[in-house]
Ligand binder design. Structure first.
Ligand SMILES: NC(=O)c1ccc[n+]([C@@H]2O[C@H](COP(=O)([O-])OP(=O)(O)OC[C@H]3O[C@@H](n4cnc5c(N)ncnc54)[C@H](OP(=O)(O)O)[C@@H]3O)[C@@H](O)[C@H]2O)c1
Length: 329
């Protein structure tokens, strides 16, 4: 059985307030999109989860479809909880999401009340908990009135199946609309989850401003661009990498010379700053106080440790930020 590190809140992690809610989230969170599925090894992923908690990571990010197989990351996390982590349930923020294709038929996808309520019921069973801390609409659904999606999220909170509402992949305008409906429903949106990294800067084009104006927290996902912003691909494409596994999410053609030219320059700057590229990439996101947490993926405890160490990064000088902008331009 797992026994938690009694110094987990004393040593490493820092926490940021999550929007206009009463909770804080760790600057680094753990995402279970990859590496926790039925194709992965329990011994490895359970150690990653335990080490995360031992390092002060309280936020574990799931979705109905994480795996593969879809659903297996939630079931496997349920098994990890049973190995002792469940004793710390009240110290944990466990999230899940619904909105991408999950089961056959017309209700297995989207933002309808039918999909969201059925999906959270399934997630609770798989994870083996009575409630989730945050339940997200995983993406906007053009075929469902946004009022229906938001009302379903509000009712999920009222029913006690989730404590807080989040949204993901919504545009700034959709975010403002969702926030306004959720406020009227008295179940405010506390968090938005969007892709943000040195290689994906769309949130700078209005989303972060909207979130600041609405006092909503922000989770940056794929902060390492799925591994590109680490030293993993600097010389070759390793066999055990996400790109080589060809899961379809990080395609081989994304590891191209144009990207790698930038990555190598960024790596040189990271070395000059006395850190790894992964640490620089993560701390670059955390330089913006509108970001609540950076949700990293990890296929080993070594990677997780590397990423967590970014917490102690030096503050960027304006020269360094300009160099990064010019490398990326
Ligand atoms: N809301 C959404 O729509 C959405 C979408 C995507 C993700 N997310 C969330 O964001 C989380 C993170 O996404 P992500 O996995 O794409 O994040 P990421 O942190 O950008 O990439 C993680 C991958 O990078 C590599 N890596 C991580 N740390 C490393 C290190 N220190 N050195 C070398 N390589 C390292 C590993 O790849 P290898 O496996 O190749 O070793 C790892 O699997 C997900 O788990 C999920 O919770 C949400």
């Amino acid at each position: 059985m797992y026994k938690a590190n009694s110094n987990r809140y004393k040593e490493i992690m820092k926490y940021r307030k999550c929007g206009n809610s009463g909770i804080v989230l760790p600057e680094i969170s753990l995402g279970l999109w990859h590496n926790f599925g039925s194709v992965d090894e329990y011994e490895n992923y359970s150690q990653i989860a335990f080490e995360a908690f031992d390092s002060g990571i309280t936020y574990f990010d799931l979705a109905n479809n994480y795996g593969p197989m879809a659903g297996s990351a939630e079931s496997n996390f349920g098994t990890i909880l049973k190995k002792g982590l469940i004793n710390h349930r009240d110290e944990m923020i466990i999230s899940s999401k619904a909105g991408y294709i999950m089961w056959d038929g017309p209700y297995g996808n989207g933002g309808s009340r039918k999909h969201l309520v059925s999906s959270i019921n399934q997630s609770l069973k798989r994870i083996g908990v009575d409630y989730l801390d945050i339940f997200y609409s995983h993406r906007p659904d053009p075929n469902t009135p946004i009022e229906e999606t938001m009302e379903a999220l509000s009712d999920i909170v009222r029913s006690g199946k989730a404590l807080y509402v989040g949204i993901s992949n919504y545009t700034p305008a959709q975010t403002a609309q969702a926030a306004s409906i959720l406020k009227k429903n008295n179940t405010p949106c506390i968090i938005h989850q969007g892709r943000y990294s040195m290689l994906a800067r769309t949130p700078e084009e209005g989303l972060l401003d909207t979130l600041e104006a609405e006092n909503i927290g922000f989770v940056a996902f794929s902060p390492l661009a799925q591994g590109l912003l680490t030293n993993k691909y600097i010389t070759s494409i390793p066999d055990d990498s996400r790109a080589a596994k060809q899961s379809g999410y990080l395609k081989l053609e994304q590891v191209n010379e144009d990207v790698m030219h930038k990555v190598r320059q960024l790596n040189t700057l990271a070395i000059e700053r006395g850190q790894t590229l992964a640490q620089m990439a993560t701390s670059w996101i955390l330089r913006d106080s509108r970001v609540t947490t950076v949700v990293v993926g990890a296929s080993s405890t070594l990677q997780l440790r590397d990423n967590i160490a970014s917490i102690n990064s030096k503050v960027f000088t304006s020269d360094e930020l300009n160099i990064i902008d010019s490398i990326l331009s």
